[in-house]
Ligand binder design. Structure first.
Ligand code: SF4
Ligand code: SF4
Length: 243
């Protein structure tokens, strides 16, 4: 009241979740001030979104028109069995963090309790990475249905079968896919038999063996890069306007 924009029952400004604009045109909020405590990652994202709105507002453009994000996929293949990422997936359990001895901890309140991983533990942890930024990308037109990728997949997440309704398909996979909140990948019809390639992303460890084994490069391991728009700069454009 008296400051020109509405406050909610918690005394926080009422803010549009898309534009970050308050009920007073040209006044923007983000972070804790807008929606209460969140983490620093959200605070940074709010600032980016608010900056996009402020830029549009200063240009006389609509703050509701948001620039779309972009994406890029780049093959990581470097040779027959060589990838630009570490594909040697290690199924070992998470390394146990070492802690400062309990008696030591009581000597001062400001002591850092976790000692961190040593070099050997760090190397093991790195190999547990599932490389979620590296995607299995499938080209149905290239597939000759030789089944080599199905045979080699260590977690049985690939299946070639006749197309059908999703519930029916889930019951016909090499390994059951009971998690219905995770979409399954279903390719277009394969050139020879019109069957489809199905992949359960829940199981995939991104090892790249399907792509190494495939004789026609129908599978490829491609790195996904999300391109975010910034204030006055569309997604994918570098600083200074270069693409
Ligand atoms: S990347 Fe590895 S786990 Fe994933 S589908 Fe290919 S062979 Fe299977
Ligand atoms: S290895 Fe390649 S060609 Fe053979 S079934 Fe798999 S994707 Fe198709």
């Amino acid at each position: 009241e008296g400051i020109g924009f509405e406050l909610d029952k918690w005394g926080c400004p009422v803010v549009d979740k898309k534009t970050f604009q308050s009920t007073r045109e040209g006044v923007f909020f983000g972070g804790d001030a807008a929606w209460g405590p969140l983490n620093i990652i959200w605070a940074v994202e709010h600032a980016h979104q608010a900056a996009i709105s402020i830029h549009a507002y200063c240009q006389g453009a609509s703050v509701a028109d948001r620039p779309a994000p972009g994406m890029n996929l780049l093959t990581t293949k470097m040779g027959l069995h060589e990838w630009a990422y570490g594909n040697d997936y290690n199924p070992a359990k998470r390394q146990k963090m070492k802690h400062v001895d309990l008696a030591e901890r009581f000597k001062t309140m400001s002591i850092e309790v976790e000692l961190g991983f040593d070099a050997e533990q760090t190397a093991r942890e790195v190999e547990r990475c599932l490389n979620c930024d590296v995607q299995t990308v499938f080209s149905d037109k290239l597939c000759i249905e030789c089944d080599a990728c199905i045979d080699i997949c260590p977690v049985l997440c690939l299946t070639i079968t006749h197309d059908g309704e999703e519930a029916d398909l889930r019951g016909r996979l090499s390994a059951p896919a009971p998690n219905t909140s995770q979409d399954i990948f279903v390719s277009g019809p394969l050139p020879q038999t019109k069957r489809v390639m199905i992949k359960d992303e829940d199981l995939c460890v991104h090892c790249g063996l399907c792509a190494e084994r495939c004789p026609t490069a129908a599978w490829d391991m491609q790195q996904f890069v999300l391109q975010l728009p910034y204030a006055g700069r569309p997604a994918g454009e570098k600083k200074g306007g270069a693409p």
